[in-house]
Ligand binder design. Structure first.
Ligand SMILES: Nc1ncnc2c1ncn2[C@@H]1O[C@H](COP(=O)(O)OP(=O)(O)OP(=O)(O)O)[C@@H](O)[C@H]1O
Ligand code: SF4
Ligand SMILES: [Mg+2]
Length: 450
């Protein structure tokens, strides 16, 4: 596949980021959904009350009618919030999202309700999605009443029976008067899907629709969804943290990390030639020897960061094996590095190093120079000697690429950082990826080898 120059930043609107076909059925541009969070009482007393979780942060993509776009990412990456924002269930903070040319952001509840007849959501848990006190006929028929699509018991029953038949609950008469508890997990999810299609929608947002089902029925439900898509000319946004099912199901895939798309492209391109280290890490987590597990756990280097205080620069940098100078190194990374080092050391040696170091205060925003205090009684020189020793023990540790200079000060070490750069989605031909490894200028500036 011919590749474009590596440093070519998208020169067309970011919304075209996912392909070449005429899109615009759904058009999302710089969409943001932020949640203001209030800390605990203790947090508020200590002045740490306010925080913003950028659940969806400057997301752009386009979706053509009849396409299946997978939204893939670990827990907390913003998949559900993005789906809910598109359906007007979570208010956007900024940006734009149009559905068949109509702007959803800022739309009033009355218009949204009308629009939702065409955009339906299939939720993860079929047991919770169906009211146990309602018959299948009542549950599946409910949207017909809400949207005044059918009058009288007979007409509703006819519509519901047709929907049940379409999802493989046939003959429908067997199921109409049953309650959810009479059905298996797979049958319940079929009923949930029947309810989602009963109004003849054009878009389904399917939020982990098979992750709570037994392995034995997952592929049957996915196959049903593919059949329905073809028969009813549906378009899907398919939310999952399982890249293996996404491969089976999606035309294109968007990989999300902490609210941002880090890679988007044709499913085949994502699998065959992933461009982002996070995508590569997700892919190495499958196939999974344990079939009951669909959350990748063997990602390198640590946990998903706190969404209210995302890492600077590239949010993936604390976990990225390829990270280099501009990726956003900061004092929190030093804290993680020290914790990992001390966890592997004998208690006495650990305590000797610990005794040199004061408290590490993480700033709210990037700073060119951080002041790392020495413990009371320890000198800046001794602390600097410790940092130099740690660097010599593992000079290949990516953290040190971010450190421009270190010097001893009065009771502290001053650390100068290379300025963090936020990676933007770059056009790499078959896919777009937000990673400095594809930025030739930054690679050249920092001498990052290929
Ligand atoms: N109503 C809310 N108020 C505050 N924060 C929220 C709210 N809804 C979601 N969040 C936060 O937004 C971020 C994204 O959450 P979201 O549920 O969209 O992630 P997800 O990718 O769907 O995760 P999962 O795979 O666990 O379902 C998380 O940090 C979450 O805690
Ligand atoms: S920009 Fe690329 S290399 Fe740098 S941390 Fe992010 S994913 Fe890794
Ligand atoms: Mg979710």
């Amino acid at each position: 596949m011919p590749t474009k120059p590596e440093s070519e930043v998208m020169d067309r609107p970011a919304a075209e980021a996912a392909g070449t076909a005429a899109r615009g059925f759904i058009s999302v541009r710089n969409l943001k959904t932020y949640f203001e969070i209030r800390g605990s009482v203790l947090d508020r007393l200590t002045g740490r009350d306010a925080g913003t979780v950028k659940a969806v942060d400057d997301v752009s993509f386009e979706l053509a009618q009849g396409e299946v776009l997978g939204l893939v990412g670990e827990s907390g990456s913003g998949k559900s919030t993005l789906g809910r924002t598109l359906l007007g269930l979570a208010p956007a903070t900024g940006g734009s999202a149009t559905f068949q040319g109509r702007e959803i952001v800022g739309m009033g509840e009355r218009d949204l309700r009308a629009l939702r007849a065409q955009m339906q959501m299939v939720f993860q848990d079929p047991h919770a999605a169906l009211n146990p006190a309602m018959t299948i006929e009542q549950s599946v028929g409910h949207p017909l009443i809400i949207h005044k699509r059918a009058k009288g018991r007979e007409e509703i029953r006819r519509h519901v029976a047709a929907a049940l038949d379409r999802v493989g609950l046939s003959p429908p008469e067997t199921y109409l008067d049953k309650y959810p508890n009479d059905l298996s997990g797979g049958q319940k999810q079929r009923a949930v899907i029947a309810r989602a299609i009963v109004l003849d929608p054009v878009l389904l947002v399917a939020d982990e629709p098979v992750s709570m089902l037994d392995m034995s029925v997952r592929s049957k439900i996915l196959q049903l969804m593919i059949d329905l898509k073809d028969k009813l000319n549906l378009t899907y946004l398919y939310i999952t943290h399982d890249l293996a099912t996404a491969k089976f199901f999606c035309d294109r895939i968007a990989i999300l990390y902490l609210g941002r798309i880090v890679e988007i492209g044709e499913a085949s391109a994502i699998y065959e030639a992933p461009k982002h280290p996070y995508t590569r890490a997700l892919l190495t987590a499958i196939p999974d020897p344990d079939p009951t597990r669909d959350i990748p756990r063997d990602l390198p280097r640590g946990e998903i960061p706190d969404a209210a205080k995302p890492p600077f620069g590239c949010a993936f940098h604390p976990r990225c094996p390829m990270a280099f100078a501009p990726c956003g190194w900061e004092i929190r990374d030093l804290r993680d590095l020290l914790e990992a080092r001390w966890a592997g050391m004998a208690e006495e040696a650990h305590q000797a190093e610990r005794a040199l170091l004061g408290t590490i205060e993480a700033p709210d925003a990037p700073e060119p120079t951080s002041r790392l205090s020495a413990a009371p009684g320890a000198t800046g020189e001794a602390l600097l000697a410790l940092l130099e020793r740690i660097r010599n023990d593992d000079p290949a540790e990516p953290f040190w690429t971010g450190v421009k200079a270190m010097r001893a000060g009065d009771g502290c070490v001053e650390i100068d950082w290379h300025p963090p750069e936020r990676p933007e989605l770059l056009d790499l031909g078959a896919a777009h990826a937000a990673c400095h490894l594809h930025n030739a200028e930054l690679r050249a500036r920092y001498g990052k080898a290929g």
